[in-house]
Design a protein around this ligand. Structure first.
Ligand SMILES: *Cc1c(COP(=O)(O)O)cnc(C)c1O
Length: 363
């Protein structure tokens, strides 16, 4: 039996009639950029994430870049970033000319707030918590530090659409939220996509023009921006899929619950916290024999992954920002043990059982 780590076509196949119709409606309309679908989607995304505004952009990385631009973060500024994240979190900071300052993580793989304070400098302008694997970062503590030092908080919510923290949605917990609609994310389109969430009307206006060349009308650019628009076809696909997001996320959770029930006695499972409502973008276990376990599971036909095998501080692209005195002991320890299991809405019970049986057989 083979269990793929992801199977994107399954979800599209289950919605193929609706998505096909949505796409052909866009094609027939002749309106392909910044039309009705994008506007409608933005309303729904703002509502979904408990924000006043959502601004659709071309991808999640642009959402982060535009968020930083909105806060006037640029050359000479520093932004605190967890050392374990997808490369885009730090890449976005570098893209605006600022410097990512990496900080160790906690046992949930999220930004360790104890380590944040030590990493602050007079140049620090913002903190960028990442809700890794759909699990909310410790936002109360992060916001408290930010408030005390006059810093902005930009949430990298790329993996956490629909997740909540003490009843409040991710993307509405800091100053600006950045989300991705990449096919691998919990609300994924058939290409690239992303959006920004915020509640300040002035920032909203600027975000709307930054994503479209800084234009305030057809011909006048008031500041240099980007070509970062979500196209109508992707927006139409997102509008179909957003109707099922709660259902998808509930399936992710059911799958996680099954892993919790079946695996807690033999491997370290994600820490449970009843104040958090994670969406399990990934389900990461910890094992002292991680590499042997992964090889064994591969033999059994089960695909696993590591999120992420190379810490940001060790990325060749980021070497020049590395401060040698920072050792990131927790991130390094987790890095040797962490393993992500297949988890997605369409994973069958039979497949989940096979994943569990493979792990149990190894032990
Ligand atoms: C996917 C992801 C991004 C970037 O999103 P794209 O849409 O691929 O540009 C940023 N941060 C994190 C944590 C991600 O997982």
């Amino acid at each position: 039996m083979k269990v793929k780590f992801v199977d994107l076509a399954r979800q599209f196949n289950s919605l193929s009639a609706e998505i096909g119709l949505a796409i052909s409606n866009v094609l027939e309309s002749g309106n392909y950029i910044l039309g009705e679908n994008v506007r409608l989607l933005e309303d729904k995304l703002a509502e979904l994430t408990d924000n006043k505004y959502a601004i659709a952009v071309a991808n999640g990385t642009d959402a982060l870049i535009i968020a930083l631009r909105l806060l006037k973060i640029g050359p000479g500024d520093e932004v605190i970033v967890p050392v374990n994240s997808f490369v885009a979190s730090a890449g976005a900071v570098c893209a605006v000319g600022a410097i990512p300052v990496f900080v160790d993580v906690d046992s949930n793989h999220n930004l360790c707030y104890h380590a944040v304070e030590a990493a602050l400098s007079p140049r620090t302008k913002a903190i960028m918590p990442v809700h890794l694997s759909g699990r909310p970062a410790p936002m109360a503590e992060i916001n408290e530090i930010a408030q005390r030092h006059g810093l902005y908080v930009v949430e990298d919510s790329a993996q956490a659409i629909g997740a909540s923290y003490y009843g409040k949605k991710t993307g509405a917990l800091g100053d600006i939220g950045a989300f991705s609609l990449h096919p691998l994310k919990n609300l994924g389109v058939a290409g690239d996509g992303g959006f920004i969430t915020l509640s300040c009307p002035h920032l909203y206006e600027r975000a709307m023009r930054l994503r479209n060349h800084g234009l305030i009308d057809r011909d006048t650019s008031v500041e240099w921006g980007y070509n970062s628009r979500l196209d109508e076809i992707q927006a139409a696909i997102a509008l179909v899929k957003i109707q099922y997001l709660d259902e998808f996320n509930a399936s992710f959770k059911m799958c996680a619950d099954y892993y919790y029930a079946q695996l807690s006695d033999i491997v370290e499972v994600p820490v449970k916290d009843h104040n958090l409502d994670p969406v399990f973008h990934n389900y990461m276990i910890l094992s002292d024999k991680r590499d042997e376990l992964a090889a064994f599971m591969c033999q059994k036909g089960v695909e696993t992954k590591i999120h992420y095998p190379i810490l940001l501080c060790d990325q060749p692209a980021f070497k020049k920002y590395h401060k040698s005195e920072l050792l990131f002991p927790v991130a390094r320890e987790l890095n040797a043990k962490k393993l992500s299991l297949p988890i997605y809405a369409e994973l069958t019970t039979k497949e989940q059982t096979h994943v569990v049986e493979s792990i149990r057989a190894f032990h």
